[in-house]
Design a protein around this ligand. Structure first.
Ligand SMILES: Cc1ncc(COP(=O)(O)O)c(C=O)c1O
Length: 436
């Protein structure tokens, strides 16, 4: 890896000068809580549907349950699940069982609860690497993962940390992985094929059945990144949306990751990684004995793990039930359909996706004179946080139930932003590198 020439940190971190020390005398609780609320004033209004991702808001009832369940276990540490905290082991096992059944995992599947999509993907890469090193008798073997250019960067983060190389193949004209290009990229060092269900930039599903067959033929590990859609797709499928097969019903799938803290409506810090067989999970575990205290074993990357995140996920999954998740999916998909129809009715822009498969929408300028990033800037100035897409230039956004009541307001804001950018003849706004 080459040395970075510019400081890539987000501006809020670069500007973090030391302006505060721990106060000599503590500040009263009420004052602190008012400060916390005041600090939020300039944040985007996620309850009001102004955020395209980061938050996944269903309703106040679910939020209250998250908060209360998290609070019950705020000090408990899932590092001690099973020993100090039998409760956390029970809840973790329940979450694993509910997730396995939702994703049609076969009997004998293994799973781990993690802190998020990044950690789930990290564990998939680590487990596949360590299994390959064991099977090939290469304790320091360096391997490759073949993916599509649309894969989430958490794959590369994991791969960099684990000394694995990622090959990103171009997507096809429908923004899906091209199975033939992936096949052509496989070599003798390849250990894993990596697909998305769906990918974050376009919201399309890679052709997982086809790539599953390729994985079987080549005997490669196939990981499905369903971090975004894992807790939406099963319900959208039941509602009749055209969701392709992507989970353990596809025979070649070895592992899948799905975030409960996204459309599972858990508090942040909740995701699941599931392996087709618990046997391969032995390569997930970290175990170390070379210190005086004895053997230290953890299933995943984290040491201390928020007990609250486990409790909140457990509580919300059981409280919503299939019925609650179906309602959430109905609202989400309805908002997406309305949004796409409304955006496509604006002559200067057009949606590239979705096609009913997911709740991620990307729209681009239909009129070459329209500066789409200036549209994004204008929307942000009006309180609508927007994600900018680089290739092609566009605006990318996720949809959650909070968007349903404000779809028409948002469409009005887009129409106004387009008219503003045209009237002001704004051109060539640069891509904002911090726009994730
Ligand atoms: C497809 C996909 N994979 C992985 C991730 C990473 O998840 P997290 O931010 O929880 O680490 C995301 C996040 O949006 C995602 O959309």
């Amino acid at each position: 890896m080459s040395k970075l020439t510019t400081d890539p940190r987000p501006s809020h971190e670069k500007n973090a000068e030391i302006t505060m020390a721990i106060p000599e005398k503590g500040i009263a609780r009420d004052a602190i809580l008012s400060e916390l609320r005041a600090l939020k004033q300039d944040d985007f209004d996620w309850r009001g549907g102004r955020l395209p991702s980061y938050t996944y808001y269903l309703d106040e009832k679910t939020l209250d349950l998250q908060r209360d369940a998290y609070g019950e276990y705020i000090s408990e540490n899932a590092l001690g699940a099973g020993r100090a905290f039998k409760s956390l082991e029970i809840m973790t096992n329940d979450i694993k069982a509910m997730s396995k059944s939702l994703f049609h995992a076969p009997a004998g599947a293994g799973a781990s609860f993690t802190s998020g999509g990044t950690e789930s993907v990290f564990m998939a890469v680590k487990t596949a690497r360590d299994r390959a090193r064991y099977e090939r008798g290469e304790p320091h073997g360096r391997y490759r993962i073949v993916s599509c250019v649309t894969a989430h960067p958490c794959l590369d983060k994991a791969a960099q940390l684990l000394d694995v190389d990622v090959i990103r193949t171009p997507h096809d004209t429908e923004f899906r992985a091209d199975a033939d290009l992936m096949r052509a990229a496989i070599d003798e060092r390849t250990i894993m094929l990596y697909v998305s269900a769906p990918n974050f930039p376009f919201g399309t599903f890679d052709p997982i059945s086809k790539i599953g067959a390729l994985a079987e033929e080549t005997m490669l590990w196939l990981h499905v990144d369903a971090c975004w859609g894992g807790f939406l797709s099963p319900f959208a499928e039941r509602l009749g949306y055209p969701v392709p097969l992507w989970d353990f019903r596809v025979p070649g799938v070895t592992s899948l990751s799905a975030d409960i803290h996204k459309f599972g409506y858990a508090a942040k810090g909740a995701s699941i990684i599931i392996y087709r067989s618990s046997e391969i999970q032995q390569f997930e575990t970290f175990s170390f004995s070379g210190w005086p205290r004895g053997t230290y074993v953890t299933p995943t990357f984290l040491g201390t793990k928020a007990g609250g995140a486990v409790a909140a996920a457990w509580a919300v999954m059981r409280n919503l039930g299939m019925e609650g998740y179906l309602r959430a999916a109905r609202e989400t998909m309805e908002a997406t359909t309305k949004l796409v129809a409304g955006l496509n009715a604006i002559p200067e822009i057009k949606c590239l996706t979705p096609n009913g498969e997911s709740n991620l929408v990307t729209f681009v300028a239909n009129d070459p004179a329209l500066d789409i990033y200036a549209v994004a800037d204008r929307l942000e100035a009006k309180g609508w946080f927007r994600g900018r897409m680089r290739d092609p230039k566009g605006i990318q956004q996720g949809v959650n139930p909070a968007h349903l009541p404000v779809v028409q307001d948002y469409l009005k804001a887009v129409r106004e932003a387009v008219a503003f950018v045209k009237a002001e003849a704004i051109r060539d706004t640069a891509y904002d590198e911090r726009s994730y």
